[in-house]
Design a protein around this ligand. Structure first.
Ligand SMILES: Cc1ncc(C[n+]2csc(CCOP(=O)(O)OP(=O)(O)O)c2C)c(N)n1
Ligand SMILES: [Mg+2]
Length: 326
């Protein structure tokens, strides 16, 4: 990390309105996750949760380049992927709360959200499951609309056999799939280096799949990498692989305080908070700080209204309140 220069210089962001919208989206994702966590601690959220806090630049950067005909397969850490695609945040929150007004009628919960209208074909609790689903989607897209499929997955998925099967299958058939490995350094409580040999990227390169490792904390680094991968797929050249280096600011899931992390590691990564980095860059490029503050204030209000509506929403008619509570 130390070799990365985070000091903002001017003239970096090529489209200030676009990046300001992305900034708002990243605030929404972070605020949404904070809200889910606080509701979880109050016993309002059903099942478990895996939060996306810290990884926002990846989902927002990739989603900012997707077209209507593209499709996305997310992981169980998928609230951020869903929000970046435009899933209605109120419906997503209601889903967490198990309400009938949820995006999946309150029956999917945190880990299994999908919304075909928003291009999200699923969130997958099986590690790497998103890759297999996205491969199927890529096959269908190649034969129909010409859209591109995106698979998000973690560093932990790299040791699953079907990652190789899908990479190989996609490369042989030149399927339009962008593999996005969100390397946050851990699979549950295990540092990825202790279970993963060699470079992650090399596993794609050995099949001649173009691959790059990027800084996943800077959305303006994510976007060009995603643009290259998407263009490669749209031109009929098949899959690409992006390893985005990132960090989750919270534990693996609901009950994990993250005590296995070396002292100071979280603090170091927090210095590279993707929201803080983007804000500093926006200001360096000339966006008025007061405008960004106003966006933040309005977002906090919106989240509070969302919370009020969510906890007041009805449960599915076939269930009585609390029936599935753990
Ligand atoms: C096939 C499979 N094996 C094991 C698990 C249990 N499990 C859930 S999350 C996880 C860690 C995955 O880590 P990573 O892919 O790096 O994603 P991250 O949680 O860091 O986003 C494991 C082993 C599972 N859900 N599916
Ligand atoms: Mg991981």
């Amino acid at each position: 990390m130390s070799q990365l220069s985070d000091k903002p210089t001017t003239g970096v962001l090529d489209d200030l309105e676009l990046y300001t919208r992305i900034y708002r989206q990243m605030l929404l994702i972070r605020g949404f996750e904070d809200l889910v966590q606080s509701l979880f601690l109050k016993g309002e959220v059903y099942g478990t949760t895996h939060l996306y806090s810290g990884q926002e630049a990846i989902a927002t950067g990739v989603a900012s380049l997707l077209e209507e005909r593209d499709r996305v397969a997310a992981t169980y850490r998928g609230h951020g992927h869903a929000l970046a695609l435009g899933v209605d945040p109120q419906k997503l929150l209601d889903e967490m709360l198990g309400r009938e007004t949820g995006i999946n009628g309150g029956r999917a919960g945190s880990m299994n959200v999908n919304s075909l209208d928003d291009r999200l074909i699923g969130s997958f609790g099986i590690v790497g499951g998103s890759i297999a689903a996205a491969t199927g989607a890529a096959l269908a897209l190649k034969r129909t609309t010409g859209g591109v499929a995106v698979a998000y997955f973690g560093d932990g998925a790299m040791n699953q056999g079907y990652v190789f099967e899908c990479l190989n299958f996609c490369q042989v058939l030149k399927l339009p799939l962008v593999f996005v490995c969100e390397n946050n350094g851990y699979g549950e409580y295990t540092p990825f280096e202790s279970v993963t040999a060699g470079e992650i990227r090399a596993r794609a390169e050995v099949m001649n799949v173009p691959a790059e490792t990027i800084d996943g904390m800077k959305v303006w680094t994510v976007r060009p990498a995603a643009a290259r991968a998407l263009a490669h797929a749209r031109e009929g050249n098949g899959p690409s692989f992006i390893e985005a280096l990132t960090y989750r600011f919270v534990g693996h899931s609901r009950s994990d305080p993250g005590a296995y992390r070396p002292e100071g590691e979280l603090d170091d990564w927090r210095m590279r908070d993707p929201i803080v980095l983007l804000r500093a860059q926006l200001e360096a490029d000339g966006v008025d700080a007061r405008r960004l503050e106003e966006i933040e204030r309005a977002m906090n209000e919106e989240l509070e209204r969302m919370r009020e509506r969510g906890v007041a929403a009805p449960f599915p008619s076939s269930l009585s309140s609390g029936e599935f509570k753990q």
